[in-house]
Design a binder for this molecule. Structure first.
Ligand code: DC
Length: 216
């Protein structure tokens, strides 16, 4: 086994648990991991830092082209506000096009790679060894996000978090270019009733079966 690169495409909506699962899978299989949401967050952050409005497509494309994926200021990119801003620039086809090569280069590492996002299985890595679509009901995702935020000053109430999640789902799924959706050959993992260890076990069962069959 392990004679071919192992490319894992992990897609799903906000707060589905895909990021945690992707990190755990990367550690498990010794693969580099790219959280592609950070690319859209960094694009939006750069745009705002430079004093542009989020709807400025030319400035957004320039910001996306100037990104250095090795140096994404993660602490400044987290949070619901940046997630919302990222979702706005991510709906621009030219911004998405500017970020394709970077993601595909990352996926071509000799050992393989784990990428998580919205369009990895459908657009970025259509030939991934394994595609997982990680999801959970909006109320479960909102409850998780609400709990994460609860200790912070000025934390939003549950209804606000749920409304944010629904709005982001609608924008990410409804856009014309590379909308959030499961690839036809993706395996869906619904984490509504699963803890991270159970989700990891479910994902590994799929991956190990595929590796045995393909030699990856
Ligand atoms: O995964 P995240 O919450 O960090 O992503 C932030 C936004 O970026 C998300 O609402 C949609 C967009 N995104 C995307 O369109 N395609 C990706 N591959 C990753 C993220």
């Amino acid at each position: 086994m392990a004679s071919y690169p192992l490319v894992l495409a992990i897609d799903g909506p906000a707060a589905s648990g895909k990021g945690t699962l992707a990190r755990r899978l990367a550690a498990q299989y010794g693969l580099p991991h790219l959280d592609t949401g950070l690319l859209y967050r960094a694009t939006a952050r750069a745009l705002l830092d430079q004093g542009h409005v989020l709807s400025d497509v030319n400035a957004a494309v320039a910001a996306a082209e100037a990104l250095d994926a090795a140096h994404l200021p993660e602490t400044r990119l987290r949070g619901a506000e940046m997630g919302e801003a990222a979702s706005v620039v991510a709906a621009m086809p030219l911004v998405r096009a500017a970020l394709v090569d970077l993601q595909r280069r990352f996926a071509r590492a000799p050992v393989g790679a784990v990428l998580d996002g919205r369009d990895i299985g459908t657009v970025i890595c259509p030939d991934a060894t394994v595609k997982l679509f990680v999801t959970a009901s909006p109320t479960v995702r909102a409850a998780r996000r609400h709990k994460e935020l609860a200790s912070q000053p000025g934390a939003p109430d549950f209804d606000t978090v749920l409304a944010d999640i629904r709005r982001r789902d609608a924008r990410d799924s409804g856009r014309a270019d590379a909308p959030l959706k499961a690839a036809d050959d993706a395996v869906v993992i619904d984490t509504s009733a699963l803890g991270i260890d159970e989700a990891l076990a479910a994902a590994m069962a799929v991956i190990n079966a595929r590796r045995l069959a393909s030699g990856a």
